[in-house]
Design a protein around this ligand. Structure first.
Ligand SMILES: Cc1cc2nc3c(=O)[nH]c(=O)nc-3n(C[C@H](O)[C@H](O)[C@H](O)COP(=O)(O)OP(=O)(O)OC[C@H]3O[C@@H](n4cnc5c(N)ncnc54)[C@H](O)[C@@H]3O)c2cc1C
Ligand code: FES
Ligand code: FES
Length: 479
């Protein structure tokens, strides 16, 4: 069954949007069609949090609430979800939500522009955690910028939530919302609005058919890269195939040899899973965009974007990861090394999609990764480095080194690896390996860093990695 009508829950009812413009952002829809202007537009590129809304989704009989940036999400992606806006937090009798009360009591509301976004991020935190430690609070609001005063009263407001009851309007109406969400049928969505098309297949077979029929379509997952074509470049996306309604691809599984991540798995889910196996991977993901971004974006999207500063890419390269690519008839398993051809170009052909990513599990290896950016949170890397090392009797038996931000593609440092392989872990080896990075990379100067800084940082990160290994600091805490 297919439908061109988006059904979602807002307040206590199912609302329908007939054949929407597939390029209209949720933010625009909220402000111009629903006439709810509490949600603001700041940057229109996912960077400031002024547009934060919360979406509820049915998962295993429960509703999971997630903060997202409404400025970079398209209206049809609302299908089957519960839309929660800042106006919806106030109960019918006019009483404020506990999060709003806390903001008032602690003078956390400083200007009308950033406050609604902060409130929604704190609301998502309130729904997702039972205790709000400093880390949880800071992570929850790291995607919300205040450009004038400060965060202390907001953090105080968040801390005060530890002392109040967790019973709110949403808990009271939990069963009602579940039954409404269950009433919305999971149909394939097909929209044709003027010259724009949008498809949201519900399973892999349907995706394959759609891709075969419309091979020039743009795949859309979290949309945290794709949507900026509309909001920043002001271009139209004529044909979109939305991946993230394919539940079949939203999985993480593990066997003795590898971890496999389905293409539509949100990064935030991968972040909590990978912590146990590669703590440094999780540390890098903590600093990847914001919670709003990580709630929707995917590793598959990061790989297909092929940005030289995509943060998962050097990590996946040094871990010798593989990607599983499919089209209508075939499945291919490719090593990620070699997948990036030139600036933002990959081996992916028309009609193909990334099905999943396989990350080998290591034996005795040490895995380390470092991200250098201008800001700690919510910023893209200047340089990202990743090392996968196996030592035996102080000799390097296996080594994979990869960098982002050092070339036009994320890339292994093969000359450096040659110097390190089978060498003893001495200062002399490390110095030679640092020097060899000059053969591997010719970085450029841009807004994030100069070429000189990049090379210096790349060398220093290599030094840091091996000094930490020598000092047996095998797992890094924080940055
Ligand atoms: C505010 C902000 C902060 C960010 N911070 C970071 C950061 O810190 N580090 C970082 O690396 N990136 C960052 N990004 C970039 C972006 O979030 C990532 O590249 C993200 O992983 C993209 O995933 P997505 O699911 O949103 O992809 P989308 O935007 O949906 O798609 C990106 C590309 O991948 C293609 N694609 C998507 N899924 C598939 C698939 N299954 N098969 C084949 N092709 C596919 C799309 O067609 C498109 O070309 C940031 C972006 C924003 C807006
Ligand atoms: S308007 Fe800045 S994140 Fe959306
Ligand atoms: S108080 Fe709103 S931007 Fe600073």
């Amino acid at each position: 069954m297919t439908s061109n009508t988006i059904k979602l829950i807002h307040k206590n009812e199912i609302i329908k949007i007939y054949n929407p413009d597939p390029n209209e952002t949720i933010l625009n829809y909220i402000r111009t069609k629903l006439k709810k202007t509490g949600t603001k537009e700041g940057c229109a590129e996912g960077g400031c949090g002024a547009c934060t809304i919360v979406l509820g989704e049915l998962k295993k009989g429960n509703i999971i609430y997630k903060a997202i940036n409404a400025c970079i999400a398209f209206v049809p992606t609302l299908a089957g979800k519960q839309l929660v806006l800042v106006e919806d937090l106030v109960s019918d009798d006019g009483s404020l939500h506990p999060v709003q009360k806390a903001m008032v009591n602690h003078h956390g509301s400083q200007c009308g522009f950033c406050t609604p976004g902060f409130v929604m991020s704190l609301f998502a935190m309130y729904k997702n955690h039972s205790f709000y430690e400093d880390d949880v609070i800071k992570d929850s609001i790291s995607g919300n910028l205040c450009r004038c005063t400060g965060y202390r009263p907001i953090i105080d407001a968040a801390k005060s939530l530890n002392k109040i009851s967790k019973f709110d309007f949403f808990k009271k109406n939990h069963q009602l919302f579940i039954s409404l969400l269950k009433k919305i049928k999971h149909e394939n969505i097909v929209i044709s609005n003027k010259n724009k098309k949008y498809f949201a297949p519900r399973n892999v077979n349907e995706l394959k058919k759609t891709l075969k029929q419309y091979p020039n379509s743009q795949l859309l997952s979290g949309g945290t890269d794709v949507s900026l074509v509309v909001t920043k470049e002001r271009k139209d996306l004529d044909s979109l195939i939305y991946m993230n309604s394919i539940d079949e691809l939203n999985y993480i599984k593990k066997n003795n040899n590898y971890i496999e991540v389905g293409a539509t798995t949100p990064l935030i889910d991968f972040e909590s899973f990978i912590k146990k196996y590669f703590p440094d991977f999780a540390q890098i993901l903590k600093r990847y965009g914001s919670i709003q971004i990580r709630n929707v974006c995917t590793i598959a999207g990061n790989i297909a974007t092929a940005s030289p500063i995509g943060d998962t890419l050097p990590l996946l390269l040094s871990l010798d990861s593989q990607i599983i690519i499919k089209d209508k008839d075939k499945t291919k398993i490719l090593p990620l090394n070699g997948f990036f051809i030139s600036y933002r170009k990959t081996k992916l052909k028309k009609g193909q999609f990334i099905h999943s990513i396989r990350i080998p599990l290591l034996g005795k290896n040490i895995f380390k990764a470092y991200k250098i950016s201008k800001r700690i949170d919510d910023d893209i890397s200047s340089v990202c480095a990743s090392f996968n090392v196996e030592l035996e009797n102080n000799k390097i038996k296996k080594i994979k080194v990869a960098y982002g931000g050092m070339a036009n593609i994320p890339k292994r440092a093969v000359n450096c690896e040659k110097i390190l392989l089978n060498s003893s872990l001495s200062d002399n080896t490390i110095n030679k390996a640092k020097k060899s990075l000059e053969k591997d990379f010719k970085p450029i100067t841009d807004a994030r860093a100069s070429k000189k800084y990049r090379m210096e940082i790349a060398k220093n990160l290599l030094e840091k990695c091996f000094q930490e290994i020598k000092q047996k600091k095998l797992i890094r805490i924080n940055i």
